[in-house]
Design a protein around this ligand. Structure first.
Ligand code: TYM
Length: 355
C-alpha cells in the first residue's frame, strides 16, 4: 500500500523584523531539512493582513523574508520558495477548512486570544480563521512534516484535527474515488486523503525568550527593540543588546538543574547552545561557575560570528529585488502545479461541478 511521500512545509509571516527566535526556532531548521527532504518554504503574506490590514511596505517585507531564507542557505532551485498570495489554492482550501473547522476550536487558540486581546468582537474574522489558512498552507501540498517553534504547536494540532474531520466526513467519497492513502496513526492503520502532519519542534532553541524578560517570548511585536536580536542588527548592536540583557547576580550553575528557576540565564544558555549547535549540557560544562561578565561577551562574539554573514548576504540579495521576485515567481509556479493537483481531487471529493 502506498503511503504519503515525506514533504516538509513551513511558513514565516512578512511582518516586522526577523529575529533570533525565528532563526533558531525555524529558519535554521528549514536549512537543515533540505538535505533529507523535499521542502516548500513560504512567505505567508495572506496571514500578515489578519492582525493588521494595511502595511507600509508589505512587498519590501516579503522580499526581506525571502532574502533571509536564501541568505541562511535555502536552495530555491532544489526546493520551493514562494509567497503565499500568488498560489490562490491556499485561500480556496482555507475556505473549505472554514467549513470543516468549528468556531469553538478557533476560540480556544491561545494565539488568537493573545492577539485579539480584550476586544475580541473587534478582531478581524481573518484573525479568528487564521489556523484554517495555516492548515490549508500545509495540506494543499499534503505535507507530512512542519518545522516550527514551540508557539505554533497548538496550530499544528488543529491542522491534524481538520485533516481528521475531513478524512472522516468524506470517507465514503474518498473511498469511491480511490483518493485515500494509508497511514499509521498511533497503533492504527487508517486511510485518508490528508496526512496527519507531524510537527518538528526540535533543537535547543524552540522557544527563545525576550532578552528583557525571561518569561516572555522573543517577538517581532515587542515594543522594545532591546528585547530581541534582529537578523539585520550590526555587530555593535548585537553586543549592546546582549550586554543589556536581563540576568540575575549569580554565576552560571555547573549543573543544568541550576537553571530551572532562572529563566533569563536559561534563555542565554539556550541561545548559546542553539547558535553553536551544542547541547545545553556542554555549554554549562564550559561556562558553569562563570560570571555573566565572562559569558555575555562570549555569547555576543558567537552571535556576531553566526549572524553577521547572514545579514550581509541578506543585504546583498535585497539589493537585487528583480532576482528575489524571480525566485518567488518561479517557486510560485512550481507550488501552484502541486497545489492544483490536490485541489482538483478536493473539489471532486466534495462534489463541486467542474471540468
Ligand atoms: P511567525 O512568522 O510568527 O514565525 C515564524 C517561525 O518562527 C518561530 N518563532 C520562534 N521560535 C523560537 N522562539 C521564538 N521566540 C520564536 N518566535 C517565532 C515560529 O514558531 C515559526 O515557526 N503561523 C506562523 C506562520 C505560518 C506557518 C504556516 C508555519 C503560516 N502558515 C504553515 C508553518 C506551516 C507564524 O505566524 O509564524
Amino acid at each position: 500500500m502506498p503511503s504519503f511521500q515525506p514533504l516538509v512545509f513551513s511558513g514565516v509571516q512578512p511582518t516586522g523584523n526577523l529575529h533570533l527566535g525565528n532563526y533558531l526556532g525555524a529558519i535554521r531548521r528549514f536549512v537543515a531539512l533540505q538535505d533529507s527532504h523535499d521542502c516548500i518554504y513560504c512567505v505567508v503574506d495572506l496571514h500578515s493582513i489578519t492582525a493588521q490590514l494595511v502595511h507600509d511596505d508589505l512587498a519590501g517585507q516579503t522580499r526581506a523574508i525571502t532574502a533571509a531564507f536564501l541568505a541562511a542557505g535555502i536552495d530555491p532551485e532544489k526546493h520551493i520558495v514562494f509567497n503565499q498570495s500568488r498560489v490562490m489554492q491556499h485561500a480556496e482550501l482555507a475556505w473549505i477548512f472554514n467549513c470543516v473547522a468549528r468556531i469553538g476550536w478557533m476560540n480556544r487558540m491561545t494565539q488568537f486570544k493573545d492577539k485579539a486581546g480584550k476586544d475580541r468582537e473587534n478582531a478581524s474574522l481573518g484573525l479568528l480563521a487564521y489556523p484554517s489558512l495555516m492548515a490549508a498552507d500545509i495540506l494543499v501540498y499534503r505535507a507530512t512534516h512542519v518545522p516550527v517553534g514551540e508557539d505554533q504547536k497548538q496550530h499544528l494540532e488543529l491542522t491534524r484535527d481538520i485533516a481528521t474531520k475531513f478524512n472522516n466526513d468524506f470517507s465514503d467519497r474518498i473511498g469511491q474515488l480511490g483518493a485515500g492513502v494509508d497511514m499509521t496513526v498511533g497503533d492504527e492503520r487508517v486511510n485518508g486523503f490528508f496526512p496527519l502532519t507531524e510537527p518538528l519542534i526540535e533543537g535547543t532553541a524552540t522557544r527563545v525568550m525576550s532578552l528583557r524578560d525571561g518569561m516572555k517570548k522573543m517577538s517581532k511585536s515587542d515594543p522594545s527593540d532591546l528585547s530581541r536580536i534582529n537578523l539585520t542588527d550590526d555587530a555593535d548592536t548585537i553586543a549592546k543588546k546582549i550586554k543589556k540583557a536581563k540576568t540575575d547576580p549569580e554565576p552560571l550553575p555547573s549543573e543544568l538543574e541550576g537553571l530551572e528557576a532562572r529563566p533569563e540565564a536559561d534563555n542565554l544558555v539556550g541561545i548559546y547552545a542553539g547558535l553553536s549547535d551544542r547541547s545545553r549540557e556542554s555549554v554549562i560544562a564550559e561556562f558553569g561557575g562563570q560570571q555573566f561578565s565572562v559569558f555575555k561577551p562570549a555569547l555576543a562574539e558567537l552571535a556576531v560570528e553566526k549572524l553577521a554573514p547572514i545579514a550581509s548576504e541578506m543585504r546583498r540579495i535585497m539589493a537585487d529585488p528583480a532576482y528575489v521576485d524571480a525566485v518567488l515567481r518561479n517557486g510560485g509556479e512550481r507550488a501552484a502545479v502541486r497545489a492544483e493537483a490536490t485541489m482538483k481531487t478536493v473539489r471532486e471529493i466534495i462534489g463541486f461541478v467542474g471540468d
